[in-house]
Design a protein. Structure first.
Length: 753
């Protein structure tokens, strides 16, 4: 038994550990030893009792965490300190603890004790069934998005009947319809979803005061970790349980509240002292992780937020280096620069590759970074997601590319033959495979001659349409580069339209990934050093990237989103894409609260770093296949220039013009509206992916007509030649001049004068 743990604590930590009674809020700054304080606090109560000298029984303590892993680690640490008594503590996630209570008390709220818990897939499947029964088009009203709305309502304690008052549009109306039936089906199935594991305990406590009193008396001491991440339901549960004794300790950091999209409410921690006027607030401000410079950068930015608990995180660690700002021309240049720094500094600092992490705002940014690292032989591991080229939507689109180039690629063919859904189900595919096997022909040969192999089939039309589409892709590819072909396939195969109908965060992310793949292909074809700009050669390069799979123990650079990195630390951290409209994201600029959460996200990113921190941005970035100018994030401009070291292209500019850091920040780190206008290139009309661009029948075109092209914009037909499928149009476009287009592929829209 180890009872000397008190000697490991600094004064504020010791205060947080030994103040056992009453409401307490421990504001634990980044890297301040929060987990150590929590474990010591529980160990202290078990070993020394409360402030009145009374023994605290292990069964009296309820400790709520946000992950099972955190609970397991804390329990193991406590057991090492005070012995096996730690095993009796009720410690775990909100969901695990309250599902345990519901198993005992379920009958009091109309369930049997053997109720089923529906996981995410089960719940979404039920929503899908209800949509089908209501004859609601699930291609428009996606089951996962409807379920997300229901989940958010539940976490805000809005019941199905109460949801009616929030109906404002067709989406909320459909959600309300489904929500009512969804709740009825769960009840009749004696089932609860994950949200019910928080909602039903509240129902239990409200309707059964004797049960509430039982658990209030049992859990005399309540601890809540990561309190800034609690939602409304979790907040209410702790309020109910702590109401009798008010021995509640919450631990968290308002500056690291970054999960509002999951329902977390930062006001829970900001208003704790209003809920408990007698609360004692203890601030853990000494950081044991980072250098003073890194913390100064974090403090500079976070102090701009209005909604916060004032604190200044500091450290006694050695000064360390200034934070480096990398300015690059493009995201590929950015990736190459980061790779070069890692390759050189790993030996200088005597670090393993796993000591380096690259953080980004969105998953789609990983593509360029992965490629930049692997081109110079640096292995990378994507955490909290998957390698860019292994994502489903990317593999689906690449499967279309593969079949276009090779109709014998049966794996790719089977992947896309009925995606998006076109009525060619598994049973049909099985028949086609059997026909191919019996006739000793390929799947493609059977598909192209479906009536010959499967006569009078009701799906022959759908199969033939699919084969004809692939044939069109092949013909288009013969006369176009990789980007033009890829864009054509995306538009025609229906994949983009399928994904665009899903407006959930996951659906938006998939769209971003498709657009990022198109950006990668555009960069490939824009490379003047390449002689072969075909889709075939692009896929060859991609296959070389995706074949570099890592073994679990292989030393590799870590790539992850900032949200995924919360709670982790690394010796060297790169934060890439620190640009306006990317970080902070464009969607966060609608309100101060959203912008402040982005600023907290930046704070989390910065405070992951132990020794070195790099902030990187590029002046240009591919978006929707076009190069867009980018500007450094406002977050960089909020940092004291004296804390920054401007390297790479930035330092070259400084040496050339003999400017100091402050002048550079003021004149070069961001662009004024005037300088943006003076450096922008001509902007072509936006690319169309949403189906609103309606091409005309080529037979309707005449010389002299005004037309519009998806890429080249507005122009005038100056000549027509050829007949049938070989007919061509000569068009003078205002933006790009003369072009000769094959009309069966050009998709021109007549513009009415």
């Amino acid at each position: 038994m180890n009872t000397d743990f008190l000697t490991t604590l600094n004064p504020p930590q010791k205060e947080a550990v030994t103040t056992t009674d009453g409401p307490i809020m421990v504001i634990a700054g980044a890297g301040s030893g929060k987990t150590h304080v929590l474990t010591c606090r529980i160990a202290y109560m078990l070993e020394y009792g409360n402030e009145a000298g009374e023994k605290v029984d292990s069964f009296d303590i309820l400790a709520l965490t946000f992950t099972n892993k955190a609970a397991k680690e804390m329990r193991e640490r406590i057991e090492k300190m005070v012995g096996t008594e730690a095993r009796n503590i009720w410690m775990g996630t909100f969901h695990s603890i309250f599902s345990r209570i519901l198993r005992v008390q379920a009958e009091k709220i109309g369930y049997s004790r053997d109720f089923t818990i529906y996981d995410q897939e089960d719940a979404q499947g039920l929503v899908k069934t209800i949509l089908k029964e209501l004859k609601i088009d699930e291609k428009v009203f996606k089951p996962n998005y409807i379920h997300n709305r229901i989940s958010m309502a539940k976490n805000m304690l809005v019941s199905a009947s109460e949801y009616e008052q929030y109906v404002r549009d067709e989406w909320s109306e459909k959600t309300h319809q489904v929500y009512k039936i969804y709740e009825q089906r769960l009840k009749s199935a004696n089932a609860m979803d994950f949200d019910d594991l928080l909602i039903k305990p509240l129902e239990l406590f409200k309707n059964n005061p004797d049960v509430l009193a039982q658990y209030q008396e049992r859990f005399r001491y309540i601890l809540v970790d990561e309190y800034q991440d609690t939602n409304h339901a979790q907040y209410m549960i702790t309020r109910y349980l702590a109401h009798k004794h008010e021995n509640i300790t919450v631990v968290g950091d308002d500056a690291q509240s970054i999960y509002s999209f999951r329902g977390a409410n930062i006001q829970n921690i900001l208003n704790f002292n209003k809920d408990y006027p007698q609360a004692k607030i203890i601030k853990l401000e000494q950081n044991y992780r980072s250098t003073p410079n890194i913390l100064a950068v974090a403090n500079d930015v976070i102090q701009k937020n209005k909604d916060q608990i004032q604190k200044t995180v500091w450290t006694a660690n050695q000064e360390g280096e200034k934070v480096t700002v990398i300015r690059s021309l493009t995201e590929q240049d950015e990736a190459n620069r980061v790779a070069d720094i890692i390759r050189s500094s790993r030996y200088e600092l005597n670090l393993a590759l796993k000591d380096f992490v690259i953080l980004y705002r969105t998953n789609a940014q990983s593509r360029a970074i992965e490629e930049g690292l692997r081109k110079v032989g640096i292995p990378a591991r994507v955490i909290g997601g998957m390698s860019f080229y292994q994502r489903k939507e990317i593999k689906d689109l690449i499967a279309y590319f593969r079949v276009t180039l090779n109709d014998n690629d049966e794996v790719a063919l089977k992947r896309i033959i009925n995606y998006p859904t076109r009525g060619i189900g598994d049973a049909t595919v099985e028949k086609i495979m059997q026909a191919a096997s019996v006739s000793k022909n390929t799947l493609w040969q059977v598909l192209n001659n479906i009536e010959q192999y499967i006569p009078n089939s009701r799906i022959s039309g759908a199969v033939q349409d699919f084969a004809t589409m692939i044939q069109h892709f092949r013909e288009y590819n013969e006369t176009h580069d990789a980007y033009e072909t890829a864009k054509y396939i995306v538009h025609q195969c229906g994949l983009f339209k399928e994904l665009k109908s899903d407006t959930s965060p996951e659906g938006v992310s998939r769209i971003e990934n498709i657009q990022e793949l198109l950006n990668a292909i555009k960069f490939f074809t824009d490379d003047a050093t390449r002689s072969d700009k075909s889709l075939s050669f692009f896929l060859q390069e991609v296959s070389l990237l995706t074949n570099a799979d890592l073994s679990p123990d292989e030393d590799a650079v870590t790539l992850m989103t900032i949200h995924t990195a919360k709670g982790l630390e690394f010796p060297v951290v790169f934060v890439v894409g620190v640009e306006e409209d990317l970080f902070p994201s464009k969607s966060s600029l609608n309100s101060r609260s959203e912008l402040e959460e982005e600023r907290r996200l930046f704070y989390v990113a910065v405070t992951r770093a132990k020794k070195r921190l790099f902030l990187s941005y590029s002046e240009q970035r591919y978006r929707f296949g076009n190069i867009s100018d980018s500007t450094a994030s406002r977050f960089i401009k909020e940092i004291n220039p004296e804390l920054l070291n401007l390297e790479g292209k930035a330092s070259q500019i400084i040496r050339k013009h003999e400017k100091n850091h402050q002048e550079y920040l003021q004149k070069n780190l961001h662009y004024t509206t005037k300088s943006m206008l003076s450096t922008q290139k001509a902007v072509l009309p936006k690319e169309d992916f949403n189906g609103e661009f309606i091409p005309c029948n080529p037979a309707d075109l005449q010389v002299g007509m005004q037309v519009r092209h998806e890429k080249f914009g507005k122009g005038k037909i100056t000549g027509l030649e050829g007949i049938g499928g070989n007919q061509k149009a000569h068009v003078f476009f205002n933006a790009v001049g003369n072009k000769t287009l094959l009309l069966k592929y050009a998709k021109l829209m007549i513009v009415q004068e």
